[in-house]
Design a protein around this ligand. Structure first.
Ligand SMILES: [Zn+2]
Length: 352
């Protein structure tokens, strides 16, 4: 079964597939965590890297826009500037306030800070306080929602997900007098039921941690972001990332990021495939090349041996040969949760 990623837009999309591809209505969203904290290389960006990133954004013809503008552009309410990039930071570590914000503010770059409310309320020494979050908000930082307990949502029951969303909303109401309109999934993990729960809770858009450029076909409640850290933060890769453009993937099979068993293929259904689609290259979670079978309007990505349990990312890239995006990379990433068990017992019924 094929499920459309943006079901609400489906009737519209059918009529406009012919003008698909290109960079219209596309944007790139970056995701950071910690800054100048080399004890945590997997979530940290060094000060030198951050300064390189700011310079690359200032000199490469990019427009750093607010995340709200990315969402408005996705809705078709505004036309984004060429090479639109938005900056997000997850988890509200103190190093955002002390290291990153002064530099980003000086550059005039809008930032969205995704806050997990329980971490702030618990008063961890490396976490911002509510007073600091309010101060950042006053200085122009947009506050986004990042759950209450920072749990792996796919490991919670549907009631558990709802309870977490409600506890988070209560905490935001109490401390900021309003609930944010944008959400980021903890660990970027979400199944279709979690995506529905976040949408039903009233969030305008939600973000994962799978790589890729946002295009009109992206699911507004499971949008990709490029994760940056010490290993992936070198400036050459950064320049490539901020120049990426979407692939017109209108559906994925299987559609649920929580896998039921190991699929032989991930099928990417394409609107109007780029003419050079045969050059598409897909990589598995260990960076291994995955075989791609190109069909008329779809690509079967052959998954090979079963994925290791837990979070698994697949990335597909293609050098653009379109006149308006020549030489830039189409990038589509996807994150799935492969089933895992503890001594033969599923951790949760949703993992099989
Ligand atoms: Zn987080």
């Amino acid at each position: 079964m094929v499920a459309l990623l943006t079901t609400a837009l489906a009737p519209v999309l059918m009529g406009v597939q012919a003008q698909e591809v290109g960079s219209q209505r596309s944007a790139v969203v970056l995701m950071y965590h910690r800054f100048g904290e080399s004890a945590y290389p997997s979530t940290n960006t060094t000060v030198a890297q951050l300064e390189d990133h700011i310079r690359a954004l200032q000199t490469g013809g990019h427009s750093v826009v607010s995340l709200a503008d990315v969402v408005s552009a996705h809705k078709g309410d505004i036309t984004p500037p060429p090479k639109a990039v938005a900056i997000t930071v997850d988890d509200a570590y103190r190093s955002f306030l002390t290291v990153a914000w002064p530099r980003l503010k000086a550059a005039g770059f809008p930032v969205t800070l995704f806050v997990a409310t329980d971490a702030v309320e618990s008063g961890y020494s490396d976490s911002l306080t509510w007073a600091e979050v309010r101060m950042l908000q006053k200085e122009g930082v947009t506050i986004g929602a990042h759950s209450h307990t920072h749990s792996h949502l796919p490991s919670l029951s549907s009631d558990g997900v709802k309870r977490d969303l409600e506890a988070m909303a209560t905490a935001f109401e109490r401390s900021l007098s309003a609930v944010p309109s944008l959400y980021a999934y903890p660990h970027g993990e979400a199944g279709l039921a979690d995506i529905d729960a976040v949408r039903d809770h009233g969030f305008q858009a939600a973000f994962g941690q799978h790589s890729g450029a946002i295009g009109r076909h992206s699911d507004r409640h499971y949008l990709p972001r490029f994760a940056l850290n010490e290993a992936y933060g070198e400036v050459d890769r950064f320049r490539l990332v901020i120049d990426t453009v979407p692939l017109p993937v209108i559906a994925i099979t299987p559609p649920d990021p929580i896998l039921n068993g190991h699929p032989k293929t991930l099928t990417l259904s394409l609107g109007k495939p780029p003419a050079n689609i045969a050059d598409l290259t897909c990589y598995g979670p260990r960076g291994q090349l995955l075989k791609s079978v190109i069909k008329k309007d779809a690509v079967d990505v052959v998954t090979g041996s079963p994925f290791n349990p837990g979070r698994v990312r697949v990335n597909c890239t293609l050098r653009s040969d379109l006149p308006e995006t020549q030489g830039r990379w189409h990038w589509f990433g996807w994150q799935v949760i492969a089933g895992f068990e503890t001594e033969g017992v599923p951790v949760h019924p949703r993992y099989r």
